[in-house]
Design a protein around this ligand. Structure first.
Ligand code: AMP
Length: 287
């Protein structure tokens, strides 16, 4: 029988629990989320359970990572449902702070990562990665876990988090977890709830297109041609627009050039962001 889930709303409650576990010699894993949990999130929790004695999930819809025209107000919030999923996954504590607990009056600090945030989603979502880096820095320092787990689904976010954690000497191991998908290949996402039934049928075309592009590049095709074809396919399938479909180095997110693709001796990723109706879907796959 798993321990029942304890909910902390403030940093003091979170730290008191972590301190008690530390005194008992137990290790701690942290899994930050924005809630509206699905099987992808639960897989992160289960992976965390295998890494540490105690698992803390966080739910915080972080206002600072949404742009003025983005979906902060509409973002699904369903804490009671989420709690019912966290308990059987063996999660010990839910940290669900209020916005003023995270950003009290006078709050004035931002964590900003250059380079990695200037490509892919960066130009399309100004301020987004600063918001993510700031809130994740706070969560890591509030809980000081041994390990924190993040999904590869948000591949650029994972790269940014690894970068600032190393740069700021935050003593937490960052682990990426492979993307959990629906049976038809669509990456699970809280934003899939925005899709109409008709759009939901079209949505797996994004995964299909980047999978095909990654396969072509792995077989020596030029990255520009392969990703251009993927864009066409996604638009033909019924997506409204494509922000990007790009082949990038997995660690630096620098573009893959044709020579490298031909030689094939690199660790690469095809990454995509595209609008289907009002949902902005992102996905990525290893080359
Ligand atoms: P979110 O609540 O969307 O901010 O996501 C919280 C964490 O869950 C992030 O580390 C995401 O990368 C991860 N995540 C989201 N969707 C998936 C998925 N389909 N598979 C694995 N991890 C995911």
């Amino acid at each position: 029988m798993p321990d029942s889930l304890v909910i902390a709303r403030d940093v003091a409650g979170l730290r008191a629990a972590v301190k008690a576990w530390r005194m008992a010699g137990q290790s701690v894993a942290l899994v930050p989320t924005m809630g509206a949990l699905h099987r992808g999130h639960i897989h992160l929790m289960e992976t965390a359970k295998a890494r540490a004695d105690k698992v803390i999930a966080t739910i915080f819809v972080n206002p600072t990572q949404f742009g003025p025209n983005e979906d902060f107000a509409a973002y699904p919030r369903q804490e009671a449902k989420d709690v019912a999923l966290l308990e059987p996954a063996g999660v010990n504590m839910l940290f669900a702070p209020t916005p003023p607990e995270m950003y009290p009056p006078g709050f004035a600090t931002k964590v900003s990562v250059s380079g990695l945030t200037e490509v892919l989603c960066g130009p399309f979502r100004p301020g987004h990665f600063e918001g993510v880096a700031t809130v994740v820095t706070k969560l890591l320092l509030q809980a000081l876990p041994d390990v924190a787990l993040f999904g590869e689904k948000d591949f650029q976010q994972l790269a940014v988090i690894k970068r600032f954690t190393a740069d700021l000497n935050i003593p937490v191991a960052i682990e990426g977890v492979p993307t959990v998908r629906e049976a038809d290949g669509l990456a699970m996402s809280s934003r899939n709830a925005y899709l109409t039934p008709e759009e939901r049928k079209i949505a797996p075309a994004l995964y299909a297109a980047i999978t095909k592009a990654a396969h072509s590049i792995a077989h020596g095709e030029g990255p520009m041609a392969a990703t251009a074809l993927a864009k066409d396919e996604v638009l033909k399938a019924g997506f409204r627009s494509v922000d990007y479909i790009d082949a990038r180095h997995a660690d630096t997110l620098a573009s893959v050039n044709p020579g490298e693709a031909r030689r094939g001796n690199f660790s690469g990723r095809v990454l995509a962001a595209a609008y289907l109706g009002r949902a902005r879907l992102i996905d990525n796959i290893q080359i």
